[in-house]
Design a protein around this ligand. Structure first.
Ligand code: CDV
Length: 325
């Protein structure tokens, strides 16, 4: 039986700080309607899709940042998205800031079945940036202040997406740069990775030169390599354009298990891209070069989980130099 999936990535243009959730949700519903018209069965939205990318703003008092967080899903503000999913029969992936009933805060993504049921939840593991105000930075990136490290691992679940069952997993933004994260998904036979991001067009750390064009290159390189090395599809979906004077680079993509870009956004606005994914493609890589059970050598990978930082290697010196090698 053919396993095909029509997959949509709904890039969002900028959301300004002063704009309420109803503005973003209205735009997202319109994108979902377009996705429906174009035959999509699932639509993927960006990281922290409901508001501006707020970790660029410092709040001394954490409670003052609660405005940016969702303590219910759905809520009055997000209910139209769930209603549209039901109406159009489309599943959707949503990134948002989550505040739990216990007051814990996470950078979270969910996959929602058209019925409105949450099928899968993921909480971002690789939080970039810093926890305290950094006066040397051009723009703050306070994810480490506002979020805890995700506590759900990298879950994969097999669930109905459109007319077929698909092994779905998620990454959020900075996670895409970490091959370990992709591999944990690959080890669970993930077929579709849903991934939202907010990435500034410039490196904001103020520590050395990075050419502008490399920002997009590194993003695509990471996603394409992750898909190829784990034989899966991905929708990597950006928030794009200039939010309150701060530019995010967009360039959302859908990638196949060969690492090829199947569709790419070309604007920095709300834009829907769609690809027809033949899930049977996942079997090729998985049964040949990346046949994990035949070729992986975990006994040689001990450092990957035993060590966090890198270590200085031993220094080689020529025989007879009188020094230890
Ligand atoms: N939201 C992010 O995680 N952004 C990071 C930036 C700070 C580099 C990213 O990896 O794209």
């Amino acid at each position: 039986m053919s396993r095909r999936l029509t997959l949509a990535a709904a890039q969002l243009g900028p959301i300004q700080r002063a704009e309420g959730r109803e503005v973003a949700v209205g735009r997202m519903v319109r994108l979902m309607e377009t996705a429906h018209r174009r035959g999509a069965e699932v639509v993927v939205y960006p990281e922290l899709a409901l508001t501006t990318f707020f970790p660029r703003w410092y709040e001394e008092d954490l409670a003052a940042a609660d405005y940016w967080f969702e303590s219910a899903m759905p809520s009055d503000a997000t209910a139209p998205l769930f209603a549209a999913a039901r109406k159009f029969g489309i599943g959707f992936h949503l990134g948002f800031a989550e505040r739990t009933p216990e007051g814990r805060r996470f950078n979270t993504a969910i996959y929602v079945h058209p019925s409105g049921e949450v099928v899968l939840k993921y909480r971002k593991v690789h939080l970039p940036g810093h926890a305290e105000y950094a006066p040397d930075r051009r723009v703050q990136h306070l994810e480490k202040r506002y979020f805890e490290v995700g506590d759900l691992g990298f879950p994969v679940v097999r669930a109905p997406v459109g007319g077929t069952e698909v092994n779905i997993g998620m990454l959020i933004c900075n996670d895409r740069r970490w091959p370990e994260a992709w591999r944990v998904l690959g080890l669970q036979q993930v077929e579709l990775v849903m991934l939202g991001y907010n990435t500034p067009s410039l490196n904001m750390e103020n520590r050395g030169f990075e050419a502008h064009h490399l920002r997009v290159f590194h993003s695509h390189l990471s996603v394409q390599a992750g898909c190829y090395q784990n034989a899966c599809f991905a929708a990597a979906v950006a928030k794009a354009g200039t939010e309150d004077g701060h530019e995010l680079f967009g360039h959302s993509i859908i990638v196949n298990p060969q690492g090829e870009i199947m569709a790419q956004a070309t604007s920095w606005h709300d834009e829907l891209i769609v690809a027809d994914c033949d899930l049977a493609m996942c079997a090729l890589g998985r049964s040949t070069i990346f046949n994990f059970s035949a070729h992986r050598r975990p006994e040689a990978y001990e450092r990957i989980t035993a060590q966090v930082g890198s270590v200085v290697p031993p220094v080689w010196s020529p025989c007879g130099s009188g020094r230890d090698s």
